[in-house]
Design a protein around this ligand. Structure first.
Ligand SMILES: Cc1cc2nc3c(=O)[nH]c(=O)nc-3n(C[C@H](O)[C@H](O)[C@H](O)COP(=O)(O)OP(=O)(O)OC[C@H]3O[C@@H](n4cnc5c(N)ncnc54)[C@H](O)[C@@H]3O)c2cc1C
Length: 204
């Protein structure tokens, strides 16, 4: 059994499925076999920032706009309320501005408000009549392990779901290969892990 320490207290469980990024598992768990630690520490990830804007009116009529123009500071504009009705959101319009980057990029660490300020002028490139007064609320989310980087012979570097410690499993985006990560594959992974754990624990 494992004792998992949570803010609410410790719980004793038969098995643990860790769904954190691989470097986080390295930090969380002592005693992993050296060969497994080597695999975990060999994985690298691209970071990402997503700014979410709540607007009083639409930015454009496009749902998903990929951007390859290096002059723009974001690489995707996803206007969610061009897919789902603003009526579902009290008439508000929601726009995601996404960007993947190296973790040492200034956008990954600059204050959130500065990042929004950086982005605002470029929204007029999408809609020249855009006005900052349209922004009612905003949020910034950043993730260090946003996208596993697939390197040569990657398939040989993927850590097993079984970590080498009894009844401790790993299920994360680094193990989706040859697919790219996506929520569909996370659900598939969840089902696979559930079968694996059930088989390992046996009846009862
Ligand atoms: C910008 C962006 C856009 C995306 N767009 C799409 C899309 O359009 N369609 C699609 O299908 N997929 C998309 N994805 C991919 C999708 O989000 C992932 O594939 C999916 O969320 C992975 O699920 P997961 O449960 O493996 O990991 P996550 O959802 O990342 O869950 C990992 C969890 O671990 C937690 N965690 C981290 N460290 C610790 C710690 N020390 N202790 C406790 N918990 C911790 C994190 O907070 C997080 O909740 C996108 C991803 C990004 C970054």
């Amino acid at each position: 059994t494992w004792d998992v320490v949570l803010p609410e207290g410790a719980v004793t469980v038969d098995a643990v499925v860790a769904t954190v990024p691989s470097p986080v598992l390295l930090r969380l768990v002592a005693g992993l076999p050296e060969s497994y630690r080597t695999k975990l520490s060999g994985l690298t990830y691209e970071a990402a920032a997503v700014a979410l804007l709540q607007l009083s009116q639409p930015l454009s009529d496009i749902y998903w706009l990929n951007i390859a123009d290096p002059e723009l500071p974001f690489t995707g504009i996803i206007e969610h309320t061009n897919f789902m009705s603003p009526g579902d959101y009290d008439g508000k319009h929601f726009v995601y501005l996404s960007r993947y980057m190296e973790p040492d990029h200034p956008y990954f660490s600059m204050p959130e408000a500065d990042l929004i300020e950086e982005y605002i002028p470029y929204l007029r490139r999408i809609n020249p009549s855009f006005d900052r007064g349209w922004i009612e609320r905003w949020w910034v989310f950043r993730e260090r392990a946003a996208q596993p980087i697939v390197t040569r012979d990657y398939s040989e570097q993927i850590p097993d779901h079984r970590t080498g410690l009894p009844n401790l499993y790993l299920a994360n985006t680094s193990q989706i290969y040859p697919e790219d990560r996506g929520t569909n594959y996370s659900v598939r992974l969840g089902n696979r892990i559930a079968e694996l754990v059930t088989a390992d624990l046996g009846p009862g």
